[in-house]
Design a binder for this molecule. Structure first.
Ligand code: SF4
Ligand code: SF4
Ligand code: SF4
Length: 150
């Protein structure tokens, strides 16, 4: 499950599900899961504005690193992974995720006999969810960083 920036599975244990972070997010991408705050990768893009961390009365965002007064480090516990649900797998051309990525982490690989294939560079991905929120196939999932991307 995806979490907002600055939240680890360890710090999440301090979440009381008060909802302050959910209410503070200008992109409305945070939800309350049974075990605490989660980021819905299909709802929109995290801009790393830091408002969620600033609103939390607990220490749930303890892993946060601020790069300036208004922004958190581009770092989350997940990255995105493109699944076989991608339209390209069905022979339908699409480059929506590539165009949406602010990190240019998705490239399109030419193929013989089929549309270009999207390739996601996990090392460049911040987990912002700009791609998954616009994917018309709902084909981009959040995976923990310790999962193999092969
Ligand atoms: S950093 Fe900003 S956009 Fe991202 S989840 Fe927190 S409040 Fe929302
Ligand atoms: S936006 Fe979705 S359907 Fe389109 S290329 Fe990317 S993963 Fe495939
Ligand atoms: S691939 Fe790009 S748009 Fe998608 S989550 Fe990673 S950085 Fe954001």
């Amino acid at each position: 499950m995806a979490r907002p920036p600055g939240v680890s599975e360890l710090t999440l244990k301090g979440c009381t599900r008060c909802g302050a972070c959910v209410d503070s997010c200008p992109e409305t991408i945070l939800r309350l899961a049974p075990d605490g705050v989660m980021l819905n990768p299909e709802a929109g893009e995290c801009t790393f504005c830091g408002k969620c961390a600033a609103s939390c009365p607990e220490t749930v965002f303890a892993e946060i690193v601020f790069v300036d007064n208004d922004h958190m480090a581009h770092e989350m516990g997940h990255v995105m992974q493109i699944s076989a649900r991608c339209f390209v797998e069905a022979g339908i051309s699409c480059m929506t995720c590539r165009d949406a990525c602010p990190q240019e982490a998705i490239s399109m690989k030419p193929r013989v006999g089929g549309p270009f294939l999207p390739l996601l560079d996990a090392a460049a991905c911040t987990g912002c969810a700009a791609c998954s929120s616009v994917c018309p196939a709902g084909a981009i999932d959040a995976v923990r960083k310790d999962v193999s991307y092969a």
